[in-house]
Design a protein around this ligand. Structure first.
Ligand SMILES: [Fe+2]
Length: 446
């Protein structure tokens, strides 16, 4: 068996081989998601929440050109004339279909030309001398960006009407159900964030000590059956469980269940990528907003974990006092650890990944569904924007809640124990679920 050293210890040759592999994997996924539909479907807007798929495709190439061809490679621009069209800050998603976008044929040719140049840059660029180049960070950032867009494109596929076009094997079943429903996480300091992970993004930095009071957290995410019980108990009609903003949103929109759910003759069904199917009771609930997650937690006599609680449950090892890269240790995720990378197009039921449990026994924190936390998206103490303000800085303090852990749609390269995602509390098209936490009772602290 070959042991792969951590990124920070790889030789330039090993780094180049790794970059080529992650770039190839991300392009295979973008291609699969865009080749699955015809050109009409690629240019159509399936929801005002999303870009046309052909915009995502050319935007992926444009970001790759900006960072790797022009900046790292110092090469001539490929298509400077289209920068403005594919600047995500310039045009809202809703307005993108009316722009003079590249056609599917042109977009595919463009991203191919950019990638050819990037592979040449990769062969020649020194992987040192500038922070952007150290440990091939710029290449890692671009690969993460493409994979973040493959997850966005997967969400567009979920919103798309029409016949099913994506296929994947079902997620693994649980071999045993988790023995306990909850775990007590001891109080005290732990190290949150990272200063050493080479491809961590600016908002994950720097590592810092956080004091966390003891708390209890669910071993598994809230399931479809759990959530259906909340609906049956009248949860959507009882303002006691909802925050003021959540209740106002529930009243304005008239929502009465997670997105994509329908009840037929008393049985809950949902539509996954164009396929209607009865809800799997033990799979995590997905496509719920922060407001719905918070209301469920209040109804259950619990609350959502804070972001620090979530990360402590995921990374803290009581035996060493150290924080791990992932719940299971420092090794990169494998298919035995977590449901990531669009291998399966659904979350797996509780207990399906015992090898991915944290030292305290919390399961499936990585993969399956993004998990809403109760925390606003804010900078860590000592935060410094890198390599540009628009990655994180402009989003801090806005109307965003933090999500953690990644989903079945998230690639390994864009998922770490420290990775932070954020979105508006009303959003439901993302692959988001949640788990609950609570304060311990006096007798539990013994
Ligand atoms: Fe982007």
């Amino acid at each position: 068996m070959t042991i792969t050293p951590p990124l920070s210890e790889r030789t330039p040759e090993q780094l180049r081989a790794h970059v080529a592999e992650v770039l190839t994997r991300s392009r295979e996924r973008s291609t699969a998601l865009t080749d699955a539909v015809d050109d009409d479907d690629l240019v159509r807007q399936h929801s005002t929440l999303m870009s046309p798929l052909v915009w995502d495709l050319a935007h992926i190439g444009n970001q790759e050109e900006l960072w790797l061809v022009r900046d790292v490679g110092a090469r001539e621009p490929v298509r400077q004339d289209i920068d403005e069209l594919y600047d995500a800050f310039r045009h809202s998603r809703a307005s993108r279909p009316s722009l003079p976008l590249l056609s599917p044929l042109e977009a595919r040719a463009y991203i191919r030309e950019v990638r050819d140049k990037v592979l040449d840059v990769l062969d020649h660029a020194p992987l040192e001398g500038r922070r952007l180049l150290e440990h091939a960070f710029a290449f890692g950032m671009v690969a993460q960006h493409e994979q973040q867009h493959t997850e966005t494109m997967l969400a567009t596929h979920q919103l798309r009407q029409g016949d099913a076009v994506l296929t994947a094997s079902p997620p693994p079943r649980a071999t045993t159900r988790p023995r306990a429903a909850e775990v007590l996480v001891p109080g005290g300091p732990f190290t949150m964030g990272t200063s050493t992970e080479p491809w961590a993004l600016d908002n994950e930095r720097p590592a810092h000590q956080v004091q966390v009071a003891p708390f209890v957290i669910d071993v598994a995410a809230v399931t479809n059956a759990d959530y259906a019980a909340f609906i049956d108990a009248g949860g959507y009609d009882d303002p006691r469980w909802w925050s003021a903003a959540g209740w106002a949103h529930r009243q304005d929109t008239g929502i009465t269940s997670p997105r994509f759910w329908t009840r037929i003759d008393g049985v809950w069904w949902h539509r996954q990528f164009g396929v209607p199917q009865p809800l799997a009771p033990h799979q995590p609930v997905v496509h719920v907003s922060f407001h719905e997650a918070s209301a469920y937690a209040a109804w259950a006599g619990k609350r959502l974990p804070t972001e620090a609680e979530w990360e402590k449950a995921a990374r803290y090892d009581p035996a060493t006092g150290c924080s791990r890269r992932y719940p299971w240790g420092d090794d990169d995720p494998t298919p035995q650890h977590a449901n990531l990378g669009q291998r399966h197009l659904a979350p797996a039921e509780a207990g399906a990944y015992p090898a991915g449990a944290s030292p305290l026994g919390v399961q499936q924190l990585i993969g399956d569904v993004w998990e809403w936390t109760s925390s606003d998206f804010l900078p860590y103490p000592g935060f410094a924007p890198f390599p540009y303000d628009e990655y994180s800085l402009v989003f801090f303090g806005g109307d965003y809640k933090v999500l953690r852990g990644g989903s079945f749609g998230t690639d390994v390269v864009a998922c770490r124990g420290t990775f932070r995602n954020w979105d508006h509390p009303i959003r439901r098209q993302i692959f988001a679920g949640f788990r609950c936490a609570r304060d311990p009772r006096a007798e539990e602290l013994g």
